[in-house]
Design a binder for this molecule. Sequence first.
Ligand SMILES: Nc1ncnc2c1ncn2[C@@H]1O[C@H](COP(=O)(O)OP(=O)(O)O)[C@@H](O)[C@H]1O
Ligand SMILES: Cc1cn([C@H]2C[C@H](O)[C@@H](COP(=O)(O)O)O2)c(=O)[nH]c1=O
Length: 229
Amino acid sequence: MAELVFFSGTMDCGKSTLALQMDHNQSARGRVGLIFTKLDRMGESVLSSRLGLSTPAHEVGDDLDFWEVVVEHLTHGARVDYLICDEAQFYTAAQVEQLARVVDELGIDVNCFGITADFRTELFPGSKRLFELADRVQVLQVPALCWCGERATHNARIIDGVMVVEGEQVVVGDTSGEGGVIDEAHVEYEVLCRRHYMRRMNSHAARLASATPDVLPFDLDVCPVPPRG
Ligand SMILES: Nc1ncnc2c1ncn2[C@@H]1O[C@H](COP(=O)(O)OP(=O)(O)O)[C@@H](O)[C@H]1O
Ligand SMILES: Cc1cn([C@H]2C[C@H](O)[C@@H](COP(=O)(O)O)O2)c(=O)[nH]c1=O
């Protein structure tokens, strides 16, 4: 039975790597897939992982209709066994519904990969609809970690070193320091555990706090001093 599966988690937890592995394993056994992505950090029409691998992909614009794309392939005699859909958080709710129809009416497996929530902890439209419609939502096995060592559960947006909780939902960027730019400010992301997300305590803020002896905003037993870097 074909399935709609949503592999979800924070940024930097290995979603795109898994998407590439899944495609590799399927195509190595002669199955034929279509690969989609939207707003990948590496540019248009590419699905890339931080491990350095990438593959060409169909870029998903707001007007792309997954049902029509797949039906057109089939009508022209092409085989389609599965779909790999990366950065699915950015898809529209209608596009997720088209993906569900591809599964139900064409019997094609659809594997979606994407972050659950934005830097304000609000669900992205694509993720919300996937949570509502997917046969399965899977968390990845290797957790991304907060600077304190706990499992990271939240994505923080950092502008010029300071964590923010207001702004546009979509700003393409990375966790490695290479970010986008808004109004000439440097935008990047950092994954945090809930405790440190709620305290607005990214690694930079924690380092500053630990350097100030009379300001101890959190319990050092639970929140060790973050590593330098
Ligand atoms: N130099 C490295 N050596 C080993 N693993 C790495 C290295 N760089 C990144 N990774 C792994 O790649 C993961 C990020 O993979 P990626 O597929 O780009 O994440 P996502 O798509 O979820 O944002 C990291 O969590 C880490 O496990
Ligand atoms: C939290 C958050 C993230 N984004 C962007 C930043 C990246 O370009 C992607 C996530 O990609 P990844 O492969 O999972 O690292 O999403 C955003 O636009 N808004 C946000 O709030």
